[in-house]
Design a protein around this ligand. Structure first.
Ligand SMILES: [Zn+2]
Length: 313
C-alpha cells in the first residue's frame, strides 16, 4: 500500500458477522516500520476515547510516519442505534469480555476472534480505548495482563506506561483462563497491547480525550514510529488486584468517594437508601486501595457492580 491515509470498510468471513461492514482507516507511513492497531467504540458511549481515535486519524502525517497505523473507530456497530450500554445487542454479550473469541461463536465472540486473528494478527501493538459509559465515571487507568513471562510482562508494562495513568491494574495471569479483555486475548498470544480507561457519562471532555490521544502518540514514539511525543506528567501507581464491588441491595445509592481517590480498608464507599430516604445498607472498602471507577446513577440493583477498586494484593 502506498503512503497516505486509506479509508476502507472491513468485512470478516465468519457466519455471525455476515453483512456487517466496519469503517476503518490505514495510515501508511512513508518508510517501513512497526504496525499499531487501534480500536475504540467497543462501548459506544465512551465517546472521549472515540474522539481521540478520530483526532489521531487527522493529525498523523504519513510522510513522517514509520510503519502503519490501523484504526477501527467503532467496533460495536450494532450498539450505535440504541446507544446500548456495555453489551452488543445482537447477542447481549459484552464484547469487552469476549476475547480471544471464537470463529464459530456468536457476534461478539466472532468479532473478538476476527480482530485478534485476522485484522491485527501481525500488529506489533494493539490499543483498545475505553472509559465512561452513560452511568459511570472512571479514573485515568490502564489494564495490563500479566502472564508470568517476566520479559514479556515488563515490555507490556512499559507500553501501558506510555499513557499518563494514575493507576495501572496489572491483573493476574488467571484471567487468561476465561473470556476477557483484548489485552488478555493478546497476552495469550504473547502479543503486546495497551488497554486505556478514561471518561465519564458519555461525554467528550478534553482531559479525557487528551489522556487517550497523548497516550497513543507516546505509544507511536515508543515503537519508533514517530520522532516525538508529548511529555508525561506522572508515574502511575501499580496495583495487582481489581475488585468489582457489588450493590448489596436494590437501592438509591449515595457515593462518598470519587475515581482516582485513595481509600483505607473499611472506608465508607457508598450508602444505600430506600425511596423513603431510610438507610438500608453501607458499602465499605474490603481493603486499602484506589477507586478505579464508580457508578454515577443513584439507582443500582442488588448484585450489579457499583465500584471498581484496585488493591495491592
Ligand atoms: Zn469500555
Amino acid at each position: 500500500m502506498e503512503a497516505g491515509l486509506h479509508k476502507a470498510e472491513l468485512t470478516f468471513d465468519y457466519p455471525a458477522l455476515a453483512g456487517w461492514r466496519w469503517p476503518a482507516v490505514e495510515i501508511v507511513g512513508q518508510s517501513p516500520g512497526p504496525r499499531l492497531a487501534v480500536i475504540s467504540g467497543v462501548h459506544v458511549n465512551e465517546t472521549s476515547s472515540i474522539e481521540a481515535v478520530i483526532r489521531l486519524q487527522r493529525m498523523i502525517d504519513p510522510q513522517k510516519l514509520k510503519g502503519r497505523i490501523s484504526i477501527i473507530p467503532i467496533v460495536n456497530l450494532p450498539a450505535v442505534p440504541l446507544r446500548s450500554q456495555y453489551v452488543c445487542p445482537i447477542d447481549d454479550k459484552n464484547i469487552n469480555f469476549s476475547f480471544p473469541g471464537r470463529p464459530d461463536g456468536s457476534f461478539s465472540e466472532a468479532l473478538a476472534y476476527a480482530l485478534l486473528n485476522d485484522w491485527a494478527h501481525d500488529a506489533d501493538c494493539f490499543a483498545d480505548l475505553h472509559g465512561g459509559d452513560l452511568c459511570e465515571e472512571v479514573s485515568h487507568f490502564m489494564v495490563v495482563q500479566r502472564t508470568g513471562d517476566d520479559p514479556f510482562d515488563q515490555r507490556n508494562l512499559a507500553i501501558a506506561q506510555c499513557f499518563d495513568a494514575a493507576i495501572i491494574a496489572a491483573i493476574d495471569p488467571s484471567h487468561m483462563d476465561q473470556p476477557a479483555r483484548s489485552v488478555t486475548g493478546r497476552a495469550k498470544r504473547r502479543q503486546f497491547a495497551a488497554f486505556a480507561e478514561a471518561g465519564r457519562i458519555g461525554l467528550i471532555e478534553e482531559p479525557n480525550v487528551a489522556y487517550h490521544l497523548n497516550g497513543l502518540l507516546r505509544l507511536l514514539h515508543h515503537f519508533g514510529m514517530t520522532d516525538s511525543a508529548p511529555a508525561k506528567t506522572r508515574e502511575a501507581r501499580i496495583i495487582t488486584r481489581y475488585h468489582w464491588i457489588p450493590a448489596p441491595v436494590d437501592g438509591f445509592f449515595r457515593y462518598h468517594v470519587e475515581p482516582g481517590q485513595k481509600v483505607a480498608k473499611g472506608q465508607l464507599l457508598a450508602t444505600a437508601e430506600n425511596t423513603y430516604g431510610e438507610e438500608i445498607a453501607r458499602v465499605s472498602a474490603p481493603e486499602e486501595g484506589h477507586i478505579l471507577w464508580r457508578i454515577t446513577h443513584a439507582l443500582s440493583p442488588r448484585d450489579s457492580f457499583i465500584v471498581g477498586l484496585g488493591t495491592k494484593a
